[in-house]
Design a protein around this ligand. Sequence first.
Ligand code: DGY
Length: 320
Amino acid sequence: MMKKVFITRKIEEEVIRELSSKFRVEVWPYEDQVCPREELLKHAADSHALLTMLSDQVDEELFEQAPELEIVANLAVGYDNIDVKSAAERGIIISNTPDVLTDTTADLAFSLLLATARRIVESADYIKQGNWQSWSPYLLAGSDVHHKTIGIIGMGEIGEAVAKRARGFDMNILYHNRSRNQEAEDKLHASYRTLDELVAESDFIVCLTPLTEETRGMIGTAEFSRMKNSAYLINAGRGPVVDEEALIQALQDGEIAGAGLDVFEKEPIDVSHPLLSMKNVTAVPHIGSSSVETRRTMMELCATNIARVLTGSEPVTKVQ
Ligand code: DGY
């Protein structure tokens, strides 16, 4: 009997076709709708592999009901939606999609930084709404980016790729990380700082750290109070790393100048959320790795990992 693969979202036809040549593939048929929990559990019950999105909770309850499961291939570099410890206890392999999305995600993080500093979204709305009366000296004046100090929290591959872009803008590069990144120091002239030092010295604080028990709420009231009033917070990592209540307060009190956000505590964020009505907040819906080319490559990598594990080989990008 063919092994079963369940894909929790409609993905590239060709990737599905390729997997279908070797396995019995079933797909949640919508591109823009999360696979309901009960459907996921139902399919997991007789699946050997799951290809999941970061919006799927893959936890102990699921593993308990999935006796055949060999691999969960997550279509993301982050895997905070998966209980990896519980998977390891059961010998279930978890794979993610690092490397292939590094530059695309760094492009988005840096665009968010530029858009926030130079008020691009506000300016685009302004002109489209017919508000432009005359050229004026301080019309929608923003902040310079070039020659400023960027502080990168989470100096992994994406952090390094952001630092590379910052070098092109002649920025002074600081970083904070669990451990020192000698390569970033040598090649990118990045200087290590403690978190307290980094938030106090940076003009742009770019958060890229994965979500773990240690990083949850890492940027809160104390960190915002240390930031410059002219500083911008950019979050392209995971929403819960920033305490959103504290961010709202900091923006309302003028403790920082603005924020560029790709990720939120709750996704999708509610349209009535206070952050979405603030002019100095540029918000986009978790599109870090969302280019057509990169998303396709991520799908192919997930399919490769699944095919390898189900035929007795090691996956290319194993989380644990
Ligand atoms: C990831 O891969 O973890 C990103 O957040 C997706 O955009």
